[in-house]
Design a protein around this ligand. Structure first.
Ligand code: MRU
Length: 364
């Protein structure tokens, strides 16, 4: 995607040394666009753990490149297995992390140590390129939903609600939930996006709003609790969200608060779509509520907030009562029955085992 006329992906290999990895430090957005250079596996693991990079598809790609950096330091099998385990342990919920590392290891275990570095960089580049292509395809398959909404009330703006950040920052390029929105905007459809701020880390207010603004898409940031009210008053034509893991039966794990939006959408007959590349499907899991591990993050993310002061300094301050503890589950699971459908790189389907098997018969 383009930022102020410059094309970016969210992760790329250094064009001089062909080894180190560049990322956009998402903890600095929306205040500054800062590029970080990662030169070893520990730095890549740190970037994922501390959410300098985040979003299911992107952490998969960065983990793949992290393994490349590990192999550049030591291509022996024992070190490779140890570093892959270190990367896999950085975050628990998004399945793309495990998927990317398993794909890398499957390729590398059958490769002599002397050839591993070159093979690893080629495989990581393939993962990144495929992610960008899959997300663009999601955009194409999601576009008709927005077109149909526009046709239903010609001459009026189409209102889409989204939660968290499932834009190009959360992937290698294009985004998942935002890909259809970018396609619709580029096709000249008059649309407007309600952006849930997405407490506690504010990925909506900080990242989605920033992305949409850079691309010129009309949007409004709303408090997370506003979505139900907007739907009741006919101010949302459809919701599109991303996901961190989808079970083979169509249950959807996504950023905390998604389930409440799905409930409100169901109550108000607002279509609730989930956009994902197939790398986000966990074919081993069938009951999302029981089986998907939910990351529990620091209390400070709830009790404190970070923002920019009028003088430009970035500051963190406590907003909760002193001494009160906080709980911080980072994801929730929306049961398949509340999901209108899934938008994948192969097309749209019902959120069900049959729907997914129809699009991906190789997993039947
Ligand atoms: O904790 P994060 O910011 O890494 O959360 C992941 C996400 O970006 C969202 O849950 C998103 O909606 C799905 S990933 C495209």
């Amino acid at each position: 995607m383009r930022v102020d006329g410059v094309s970016y992906r969210s992760v790329w290999v250094d064009q001089q040394d062909h080894r180190s990895i560049h990322i956009i430090d998402q903890t600095k957005l929306p205040w500054a666009l800062e590029i970080l250079r990662l030169t070893d596996c520990d730095q890549a693991a740190h970037a994922i753990r501390t959410m300098q990079v985040r979003g299911a598809p992107l952490i998969g790609a960065v983990a793949a490149y992290g393994l490349c950096l590990a192999l550049a330091a030591d291509p022996a099998t024992a070190a490779m297995e140890r570093d892959a385990a270190l990367l896999a342990a950085t975050r628990p919920t998004a399945v793309n992390l495990r998927w990317a590392l398993e794909r890398m290891l499957t390729r590398l275990r059958n490769t002599p140590a002397s050839e591993r570095v070159a093979v690893a960089y080629a495989e990581a580049a393939a993962i990144a390129d495929e992610d960008a292509a899959q997300n663009e395809a999601i955009g194409e398959h999601g576009l008709p939903l927005i077109r149909q909404a526009a046709a239903r009330h010609a001459g009026k703006t189409v209102n889409v609600l989204t939660h968290c950040n499932a834009g190009w920052l959360a992937t290698v390029d294009w985004g998942t939930a935002l890909a259809p929105i970018y396609k619709a905007h580029d096709a000249g459809i008059d649309l407007h996006v309600w952006v849930d701020e997405t407490r506690p880390r504010n990925q909506g207010a900080a990242l989605t709003a920033w992305e949409l603004g850079r691309h010129g898409v009309k949007h409004t940031v709303v408090a997370d609790n506003a979505g139900g009210h907007l739907m009741q008053h006919g101010m949302v034509d459809l919701a599109i969200v991303g996901t961190d893991r989808v079970t083979r039966t169509g249950d959807v794990a996504n950023k905390i608060g998604t389930y409440l939006k799905a409930l409100a959408a169901h109550d108000n007959a607002v279509p609730f779509w989930v956009a994902l590349p197939s790398t986000t499907i966990d074919w081993r899991v069938s009951d999302g509520v029981a089986e998907i591990p939910i990351e529990e993050r620091s209390q400070a993310e709830v009790t404190d907030m970070t923002g920019r002061l009028p003088d430009g300094r970035i500051a963190t301050m406590r907003i909760a009562a002193e001494g009160s503890p906080a709980a911080n589950p980072a994801f929730d699971v929306t049961p398949a029955r509340l999901v209108t459908g899934l938008i994948t790189e192969r097309g749209r389907c019902q959120a069900s085992a049959e729907g997914l098997r129809g699009l991906f018969p190789e997993h039947a």
